[in-house]
Design a protein around this ligand. Structure first.
Ligand code: BTN
Length: 275
């Protein structure tokens, strides 16, 4: 189905925090384009593209961004927090996206659920959204930091979601899915964008409230599982134990020592013991 991205549709029920919604047919990367002009803009600017020619994923990977199928958007924020607290922005974004897609079952919590029934989404630390065993969305946060204070100057939060079903390239077939692969409901990208942006603002406007972490933990794809941790050149096995209040992943190594990951890459080793 071809649905057109529409500024009017997105803005209809959008929180006024978002002062500008810019929609482009094609950009290199919404994160790169927004970063280039971030210094001269107020927070609450959102750039959305129908396709990206150089969509970026984490750890130098690319993010496949075909036209008319997905959501590729970047939000500019200028939070008054230290870079050491920035992980919470990543985790709360993952919850905002997850809640936009699925019904969290809680009425009256200020969260806008799409309520697409028939599937349960989950979050793979730190910020990949899964349905069953397919990744359907990823988040890439990029910050500029004031070196004197270690505070964030600005952060660009990039969200990529595979919405409509499409034929995936061979290298993605086994790992990536689209939301509509899992439901008969036809999804309106504009409506989903509005919900996710409103959910993001709900959490962002009250950063001391860590309620989103309970949803993050409840829908974790990794807690209780055996994982492989890749940190720089080091790789080791561990069990994912918990998510701490800053979004760090508490793990137990094979020698039973515990540590908290704030960055790095994990992969699931065994699919049993799943929460
Ligand atoms: C990942 O899965 O590793 C993160 C993917 C993030 C993709 C989004 S799409 C919008 C924004 N622009 C980019 O170039 N990347 C992010």
């Amino acid at each position: 189905m071809k649905d057109y991205l529409s500024k009017d549709e997105i803005q209809k029920d959008l929180n006024s925090f978002y002062h500008t919604i810019e929609i482009k047919d094609k950009v290199t990367s919404t994160n790169d384009v927004l970063k280039d002009k971030a210094n001269g803009l107020n927070e609450g600017y959102v750039l959305i593209a129908d396709t990206q020619s150089k969509g970026k994923g984490r750890n130098g990977r690319s993010f496949h961004s075909p036209e008319n199928t997905g959501i590729y958007m970047s939000i500019l924020i200028k939070p008054d927090i230290s870079i050491y607290d920035s992980l919470k922005l990543t985790t709360l974004t993952a919850v905002a996206v997850l809640n936009g897609i699925m019904d969290d079952g809680i009425e009256e919590d200020g969260i806008e659920d799409c309520g697409i029934v028939g599937f349960e989404g989950s979050i793979k630390w730190i910020n990949d959204i899964y349905i069953q065993d397919k990744k359907i969305a990823g988040i890439l946060c990029e910050s500029s930091i004031d070196m004197k204070s270690d505070n964030i100057d600005y952060m660009v939060i990039g969200i990529g979601i595979n919405v409509h079903s499409y034929e995936k390239p061979d290298e993605l077939k086994d790992v990536a899915g689209s939301i509509e692969d899992f439901t008969d409901t036809t999804i309106d990208r504009n409506n989903l964008i509005t919900k996710i942006l409103n959910n993001f603002y709900h959490y962002y406007s009250d950063l001391n409230n860590t309620e989103y972490l309970n949803i993050y933990r409840k829908h974790s794809y990794v807690l209780g599982k055996k994982i492989k941790v890749i940190q720089g050149l080091e790789t080791f096995n561990a069990i994912a134990i918990d998510i701490d209040d800053k979004g760090g992943l508490i793990i137990e190594k094979e020698d039973h020592t515990r540590l908290t990951l704030t960055s790095g890459e994990i992969s699931i080793k065994v699919d049993e013991n799943r929460n």
